[in-house]
Design a protein around this ligand. Structure first.
Ligand code: SF4
Length: 703
């Protein structure tokens, strides 16, 4: 139970945990403590430090409070205050002018996960559909992971972390760093560890999570599929595969699987992954001999051109050992399909015209520059409404994004909480509420609970919610749909009812609603949610996207990553920084102080080979761009690997452009998706006394 000044809430940030919170409203009306709640068993009273100190962000003196009109050149951060009426009128006038001259598809509403509240995040699509604006293809985060998981399993759910904490005898965290990114998972890992379950972490660098591991496999980025195949090889060769289970659930004859993996030996995988055959074998034996093994599959290892194939390969492992049959055994990637939302009203799906253009979120740079393969058929993008995202920092191919936003003929509206790098490019800047100031409903990927937040504070200054802005604009733009005249509460209530859940008040009063099915369903004991109930070792990739021809027939390493070469001897991983969440919290002094500055983490042997010491500055670059950062030695990563934890605002780099300038935006197969951690780069000291040429440096590293 919450005490008198504490109110139930839900963390709105882009994090798998979606924590249940208790929020203190002090007697002076200010936000006090924010703490984890026990009402959600996954949260279990644990939250991250950045949200625990939310008052700093909530009462930040630089929070936007009033609509602003640009008065100086784009990006100059020169604005003057205007009224909401004037702001909305100007936006409507500009959008209607673009629509009349170029057609409705010249307008591109652009959004993302600055809030994970479904009403305030997804409601913008109702305006898109009602006006037949260009639609938004979300690709920057989960597309590759989702595709790879669904390829085998059909739908996304798995064994909850709470169950793993109680029953698993081996925990594997593969390609994610929950200590930094969703810390409450570690509460359940700690419970398992206390019972004696070893923790294995597969990650290209020694993250804070890897530091807690009994075994860390510092894999070369983009080679996880090869590791998974070599593990499968050992499982079959050493009789650790559950052949009875496989005979029941596999879509592929066991003999065919055995023959396929026979060629993918630990020695083969060693050459690809950079891990020794002995390390691969010892992990495989540990995994294969522990029936109650539980894998947490992260997004990180899938943010590679071969990410969908890698996810599919890794996700096969608990099927081969039959871990799914046992309490605490199996895996968890994402609970997303348990919620079975019907978003017809929320997103205006009844108005969706599938012939309207779909534009790829990750390719915003190429789209704004009018590159035909990204823009598709139709007019150039001439106007944008941006909510809850900061593409001037977070999008790949950042140089193109910066150039695109600088276009004088592009009218940009940004609805934000702070003057971010994207907000600085706005023609009209609107102040947005924070989660404490509006109603919304949340789902999670790492647990199965539907949670509702009821407004606790009145909006700061003149801030308005995303929902309110969409409704106000719809009125001026002549867009018609019942959702534009409903409150956020009415919309979330409708969402619940039409999706088969209890009404909003019931869910709120109950402290949330668990969407978890019975244990047999969670463990796929009655079959997999595929067309024939079998697990698909042979996915029909063509059902997922247009680039299916390149995908492997059976689980495999797909060698399509940006590989090292004489010119580009390093591989860059732009992993999430612990004190930031995408670019949220980069405005708070406490987070900035804890992170310090953007830094390249290098293996000590790489530092020695290049004559570098901690604090020396290096340039890192490729054909897309260059950044300059100091370096720091970090043991426990491959000597080719460069890690720059992110996402820092552009001003923290000498070039005034962040690390995503180096990252490609080409859509990964089969269905698109950004390969954020798949980047080949060169690296050179800025001030070294004697600097060998880059190719010589590659030779040094190859020794
Ligand atoms: S761990 Fe994630 S969901 Fe929980 S409080 Fe922190 S950011 Fe929010």
């Amino acid at each position: 139970m919450t005490s008198p000044n504490f109110y139930p809430s839900v963390c709105p940030h882009d994090c798998p945990s979606v924590c249940a919170l208790e929020v203190e409203r002090r007697n002076d009306g200010r936000l006090g403590k924010v703490r984890g709640s026990l009402r959600n068993p996954f949260t279990a009273g644990v939250i991250c430090a950045k949200v625990a100190r939310y008052a700093e962000r909530y009462h930040h003196p630089e929070r936007l409070g009033h609509p602003l009109l640009r008065t100086g050149p784009k990006g100059s951060r020169q604005f003057k205050r205007i009224s909401w009426e004037e702001a909305l009128d100007r936006i409507a006038e500009a959008f209607l002018a673009v629509e009349n001259r170029y057609g409705s598809e010249a307008i591109w509403p652009y959004w993302y996960a600055g809030t994970m509240g479904l009403v305030n995040r997804d409601g913008i699509n109702r305006l898109t559909h009602a006006k037949r604006y260009s639609r938004f293809y979300s690709t920057i985060c989960v597309t590759l992971a989702d595709t790879g998981w669904r390829a085998g399993y059909g739908k996304r759910w798995g064994v909850p972390a709470t169950e793993a904490g109680e029953h698993a005898e081996l925990i594997v965290i593969w390609g994610c760093n929950p200590v930094s990114t969703h810390v409450n998972l570690m509460h359940h890992v700690a419970k398992a560890k206390k019972r004696g379950a070893p923790l294995v972490v597969v990650d290209p660098y020694r993250t804070p999570t890897a530091e807690q591991a009994d075994l860390h496999l510092p894999i070369r980025p983009g080679t996880d599929g090869a590791l998974a195949c070599a593990i499968a090889h050992v499982l079959f060769e050493e009789n650790l595969a559950d052949l009875d289970y496989l005979a029941r659930v596999s879509d592929t004859p066991i003999a065919e699987l055995r023959a396929h993996f026979a060629e993918r030996t630990p020695e083969w995988a060693s050459r690809i992954t950079g891990l020794s055959p002995e390390l691969i074998c010892s992990f495989a034996r540990l995994y294969g001999s522990t029936k109650r093994s539980w894998i947490r599959l992260g997004f990180g290892f899938t943010r590679s051109r071969n990410g969908a194939a890698a996810m599919h390969a890794v996700s096969c492992l608990p099927v081969i050992t039959g871990a799914w049959q046992h309490p605490g055994g199996g895996a968890l990637y994402n609970m997303g399909d348990l919620y079975h939302w019907d978003k017809t009203l929320l997103e205006g799906l009844d108005l969706l015209d599938p012939s309207t253009r779909l534009l790829d979120q990750s390719r915003i740079g190429a789209i704004l520059l009018g590159e035909r393969d990204a823009l598709g058929e139709g007019p150039p993008v001439k106007a944008m409404l941006i909510q809850s995202t900061n593409p001037m920092c977070v999008a790949p191919e950042l140089a193109k994004v910066h150039k695109g936003f600088a276009r004088e003929d592009l009218f940009v509206v940004v609805h934000e909480q702070f003057l971010t790098d994207t907000a600085a490019m706005a023609d009209i800047l609107l102040p947005a509420t924070m989660f404490l100031e509006h109603d919304d409903i949340y789902q999670a990927s790492c647990h199965s609970r539907i949670q509702i937040h009821k407004k606790i504070f009145e909006p700061y200054a003149e801030c308005r919610s995303n929902h309110e802005v969409i409704c106000a604009l719809a009125k001026r733009l002549g867009a018609e749909h019942p959702g534009f005249s409903m409150s956020a509460w009415e919309i979330l209530d409708d969402l619940l009812r039409r999706s088969g859940w209890p009404d909003a008040e019931t869910v709120f009063q109950a402290g949330g609603w668990d969407a978890m099915p019975d244990a047999d369903t969670a463990h796929f004991r009655n079959g997999f949610p595929t067309e024939n109930g079998k697990f698909r070792f042979r996915p029909n990739w063509a059902a997922f996207g247009p680039q299916a021809a390149v995908m492997p027939r059976l689980p495999d390493h797909l060698p399509i990553t940006e590989e090292v070469s004489a010119e580009y001897p390093f591989r860059l991983v732009a992993a999430p920084a612990r004190q930031f969440l995408n670019t949220s919290f980069t405005e708070t002094a406490a987070s900035l102080a804890r992170e310090g500055q953007p830094t390249a983490l290098l293996a000590p042997e790489t530092m020695a080979a290049l004559g570098l010491r901690d604090g020396d500055r290096v340039r890192i670059g490729n054909a897309r761009g260059v950044i300059t950062v100091p370096v720091k030695a970090r043991a426990g990563q491959h000597r080719e690997v460069v890690v720059v934890e992110s996402i820092w605002p552009n001003r923290f780099f000498a070039e005034n452009i962040g690390v995503n300038a180096l990252i490609g935006a080409d859509p990964a197969p089969p269905a698109g998706g950004a390969a954020i951690h798949d980047t080949a780069v060169w690296l050179e000291p800025v001030c070294a006394q004697s600097r060998p040429e880059r190719t010589e440096r590659a030779a040094i590293l190859a020794v």
